[in-house]
Design a protein around this ligand. Structure first.
Ligand code: ATP
Ligand code: ZN
Ligand code: MG
Length: 329
C-alpha cells in the first residue's frame, strides 16, 4: 500500500516549526548546574564536583544546619568537630577500602631533599608527571562525617547503659566527579551517630526517619523514604549490596533534584550492626559488642533541593520556609 504525501498546509508548518523549536530548546537547554553557576550560587573551579559556595548558598546551608541542631536538642549528643581528614591507620582499620576503594582520597606530600625538589621543578617545567616524590602521609580525607568518631569513643571503654550519641559535621571527600551538581567530590555531612544496643540503634533510626521527614516538610520539599544500599565495589559488591537491602540496613530520604525519575538521596539512615563495634572492640555496659547507626544530612544536596523547588532567588521563597531557615528578618 502506498501513501501519498500531501504538501504541508500552514497549520502543519507551524506545528513542525514549534516541534523543531522544542527540540532545539531541549538540546541547548541550560542545565540546573549552569543556572546555579550563572546565579553565582556555585563557583566552578574547573574540576567536576568541586565548587566554591556563595554567601547566599552558605546562608541556606547554615539555616538547615541550625534546624538540625534544634531537632537534635533532646539527644544529649556530644558535639565533636573534626577537620575533613582522619588518621590513616583508623581509616585502614575501618575497612572502607574493602567496600569503596574507588571513592577514597589519600593525602600525599613531598618528602624528598634538594635533588628531588629540583627534579620536581624540572618535571613541572617540562609538563611531565611531578608526583614521583609525593609520599603518602598519615592523613586521608574523611569519607563520611562519622568515621573519625568511632575509634575515639571506643578508646573510652564500655558505653554507659544509655549508650552514646555523637554530633559530627564535616566536609567529606568522595572521588566521584560528576556534572550533577548534587554529586560533589567535597561536600558536608551533618550526622548524629548512635552507639549502643541493637534496640537502641533501631529505635534511634526510626525516630530520625520521622524527624527527617518533618525537617523537609518544614522546608516544603517533596520527598519520600526508600530502602537503599551502598555502591559496594567490584564483583562481590552486588552480593554485599543485596544483603544490605535484605537486612534493611539503609534507608534514604529522596528528593527530586536533577531528575524526577532518579531522585537524589538527601538524608540517609544507616544501621551498621556490629561492624564498627567489632573493629574497634567497643562494648556496651553489659560486655556485648556495641552496635552503631547514624543519620546523615547531606547539606549541599538539601540546599540544592531548596533552589530546585523554590527557585534561585531566596527573596521569593515561601515566607514559612524563610522563617524556618532564618527566623523573622
Ligand atoms: P548516593 O547513593 O547518591 O551516592 P550515598 O548512599 O553515597 O548517596 P551516603 O553514603 O549515605 O550517600 O552519605 C550520606 C549523605 O551524604 C547522603 O544522604 C547525601 O545527602 C550526602 N552525599 C553523599 N554523596 C554525596 C555527593 N557526592 N555529593 C553531595 N552529597 C553527597
Ligand atoms: Zn555515618
Ligand atoms: Mg554514593
Amino acid at each position: 500500500m502506498s501513501e501519498t504525501k500531501l504538501p504541508l498546509d500552514d497549520a502543519q508548518h507551524a506545528d513542525s516549526a514549534r516541534a523543531l523549536a522544542d527540540v532545539l530548546e531541549r538540546v541547548s537547554a541550560r542545565t540546573f548546574r549552569d543556572e546555579l553557576i550563572d546565579a553565582g550560587l556555585l563557583i566552578p573551579t574547573g574540576v567536576d564536583g568541586l565548587y566554591g559556595r556563595s554567601e547566599v548558598f552558605e546562608s541556606v546551608v547554615e539555616g538547615i544546619n541550625q534546624l538540625v541542631t534544634r531537632m537534635g536538642a533532646d539527644q544529649n549528643a556530644e558535639v565533636m568537630r573534626f577537620p575533613p581528614a582522619m588518621n590513616r591507620a583508623d581509616f585502614e582499620d575501618s575497612e572502607y577500602l574493602k567496600s569503596f576503594p574507588n571513592l577514597a582520597g589519600t593525602v600525599h606530600s613531598f618528602c624528598g631533599g634538594d635533588r628531588e625538589h629540583h627534579r620536581l621543578l624540572k618535571c613541572l617545567e617540562d609538563g611531565e608527571d611531578w608526583m614521583g616524590d609525593q609520599k603518602p602521609t598519615r592523613v586521608v580525607l574523611t569519607p563520611a562525617a562519622c568515621y573519625p568518631c568511632y575509634p575515639v569513643v571506643a578508646k573510652r571503654g564500655p558505653l554507659p547503659a544509655e549508650g552514646r550519641t555523637v554530633d559530627v559535621y564535616s566536609y567529606c571527600f568522595r572521588h566521584e566527579p560528576s556534572l550533577d551538581p548534587a554529586r560533589m567530590q567535597m561536600f558536608r555531612m551533618r550526622e548524629y551517630v548512635r552507639m549502643g544496643t541493637p534496640a537502641q540503634i533501631v529505635a534511634f533510626r526510626q525516630m530520625w526517619i520521622e524527624r527527617g521527614k518533618q525537617l523537609v516538610e518544614t522546608l516544603a520539599l517533596p520527598h519520600w523514604i526508600d530502602l537503599a544500599n551502598d555502591p559496594f565495589f567490584g564483583r562481590g559488591g552486588k552480593i554485599v549490596a543485596d544483603s544490605q537491602r535484605a537486612q534493611e540496613l539503609k534507608f534514604e530520604l529522596l528528593i527530586p533534584i536533577e531528575s524526577e525519575e532518579k531522585p537524589t538521596a538527601c538524608l540517609s539512615f544507616n544501621y551498621h550492626m556490629d561492624h564498627f563495634g567489632e573493629i574497634w572492640k567497643f562494648r556496651t555496659e553489659d560486655g556485648e559488642i556495641a552496635h552503631t547507626g547514624c543519620v546523615g544530612f547531606g547539606m549541599e544536596r538539601t540546599t540544592l533541593a531548596m533552589f530546585r523547588h523554590h527557585g534561585l532567588d531566596v527573596a521569593q521563597w515561601p515566607a514559612s520556609v524563610r522563617e524556618a531557615l532564618w527566623g523573622a528578618r
